[in-house]
Design a protein around this ligand. Structure first.
Ligand code: FES
Length: 87
């Protein structure tokens, strides 16, 4: 499990194994935008303010992945203990 802080509200959610970041965020913030839930539409793209995301989408370029400033939260994971997202 890892923690995700939603920077705009200060809320923190825990992402359990097998759960997507999107699912955990949705429990706290039901109006979060998403569509495909498979990492190809780009609707759930979210800015990463802190932490190291794991990218599993099929949209971002290698350069964008390296920068770690944005991610698709429907499929991505976390390589650090905590992510802070611009939500
Ligand atoms: Fe489509 Fe995340 S909902 S990329």
């Amino acid at each position: 499990p890892f923690e995700v802080e939603l920077a705009r509200t200060g809320a923190t959610v825990t992402v359990q194994p097998g759960q997507s970041i999107l699912e955990a965020v949705r429990a706290e913030q039901p109006d979060v935008l998403y569509s495909c839930e498979e990492g190809f539409c780009g609707t759930c793209e979210t800015k990463v303010l802190e932490g190291v995301p794991i990218h599993k989408d099929t949209i971002l370029s290698d350069k964008e992945r390296e920068k770690n400033t944005t991610m698709m939260i429907c499929v991505g994971g976390c390589a650090s203990a905590r992510l802070v997202l611009d939500l």
